[in-house]
Design a protein around this ligand. Structure first.
Ligand SMILES: [Zn+2]
Length: 372
């Protein structure tokens, strides 16, 4: 073999049929100044460019390289030396981390001390800021029952944006997704109610208290149930992170929101409806949207639903030309950045992908949407 050629494996969600899309296939890996060219037998080669690539050692001790939804791995110990010579700049941090794995005995302890001191300095600087962030928002000062009261009212009084689809096959598909994701929510009190609405816009939104609306346009645009489940996880995260009530508290004040818990909606109704109408049109703003992406991906991984669905859906939206971009995307100028952020998070959190496909006949769901 050429010195810069190694045997390894490739994982490409587009390579094989959906039910096998998470398994690796054998491939020859050729390293050059461009990146890693993976040549799977019987398939066209794929190039993973150094730029934007991530690297780590997996549980089995093999090195994994990840870029743009593709993963290659090799257990050849010589590959690291070649990677260092070709991609020292792009992969510097990951290379140091991989070397860190092999640091032994006293050094490891010393590194631990350094990390602890660094943490203390970070805590001294950051923790006062954390406290003020908590008091800025609603956090624990308003009970979750307020979210439910306001959400229920908003759900009843806001326009539905289309006729509700009650077909059991369509609703059943969303239910399967919710049942898989909800057990991993960070707020056990939260329960979810959803409706599917006939509307061509690619959109879904969540109101406080767990009231979720999914537009038929979103379902029709998705090529797999994992894509819709990714969006649902994002919406669930808005509920469990209480983004809606936070905004209402900022607009109307804690005392007015607390009055809701004793049955007084008087001072709040208009403010709450204004905030929530804006949210369904424009999303929750950049920082809440990012937090919902991250919390959504955390739940997907815990539920063993492949977050690649969410990443791929962000990319689909980027290609969307006809202006039917979901409103919550509009707070992010670059959906491609969100796709990459999802993939980076999966890479960080999930050492060995072990996804369990959603038990949904997606073609049948899409077909039924045409008929009802
Ligand atoms: Zn959102």
């Amino acid at each position: 073999m050429h010195p810069d050629t190694f045997s390894g494996q490739l994982r490409d969600p587009a390579l094989v049929s959906p039910d096998q899309s998470h398994s690796f296939v054998a491939a020859t890996l050729e390293l050059s100044t461009q990146g890693i060219c993976a040549k799977p037998e019987g398939h066209p080669p794929r190039l993973l460019a150094w730029s934007g690539m991530r690297m780590r050692k997996n549980d089995g001790g093999a090195l994994e390289f990840y870029q743009g939804g593709l993963t290659v791995s090799s257990s050849d110990p010589d590959i690291l030396r070649v990677v260092e010579s070709l991609a020292g700049n792009d992969l510097g941090n990951d290379i140091s981390r991989v070397h860190g794995d092999t640091v032994s005995g006293p050094w490891r302890t010393r590194l631990g001390c350094v990390a602890f001191v660094a943490f203390c300095i970070w805590a001294l600087v950051k923790i006062p800021a954390c406290f003020s962030a908590v008091t800025d928002g609603v956090a624990d000062s308003v009970p979750y029952s307020a979210d439910e009261t306001i959400g229920e009212l908003a759900d009843k009084s806001m326009p539905t944006n289309g006729t509700e689809i009650t077909d059991p096959l369509v609703r059943g598909a969303i239910e399967v997704m919710l049942n898989r994701i909800a057990p991993y929510r960070c707020l056990p009190d939260a329960e979810f109610k959803f409706k599917v609405v006939r509307n061509p816009t690619i959109n879904a939104f969540a109101l406080p208290g767990g009231y979720i609306t999914v537009f038929s346009g979103l379902i029709e645009k998705a090529t797999s149930p994992e894509q819709v489940a990714g969006v649902l996880a994002h919406e669930i995260a808005h509920v469990t992170k209480r983004h809606g009530i936070n905004r209402i508290v900022k607009a109307a004040g804690t005392a007015t929101v607390l009055a809701v818990t004793v049955g007084d909606m008087g001072g709040l109704q208009d403010a709450a409806m204004q905030v929530l109408t804006a949210v369904t049109m424009n999303g929750y703003g950049r920082s809440d949207e990012s937090e919902a992406d991250q919390e959504g991906v955390r739940m997907l991984i815990a539920a063993r639903i492949d977050p690649e669905g969410l990443a791929a859906f962000f990319e689909t939206l980027e290609e969307e030309q006809d202006g039917e971009i979901p409103v919550w995307m509009s707070t992010h100028p670059k959906p491609g950045g969100r796709a990459q952020a999802v993939r980076d998070q999966v890479f960080e959190l999930s050492s060995t992908p072990d996804w369990e496909p959603l038990d949904i006949d997606w073609e049948a769901v899409i077909e039924r949407l045409d008929q009802v």
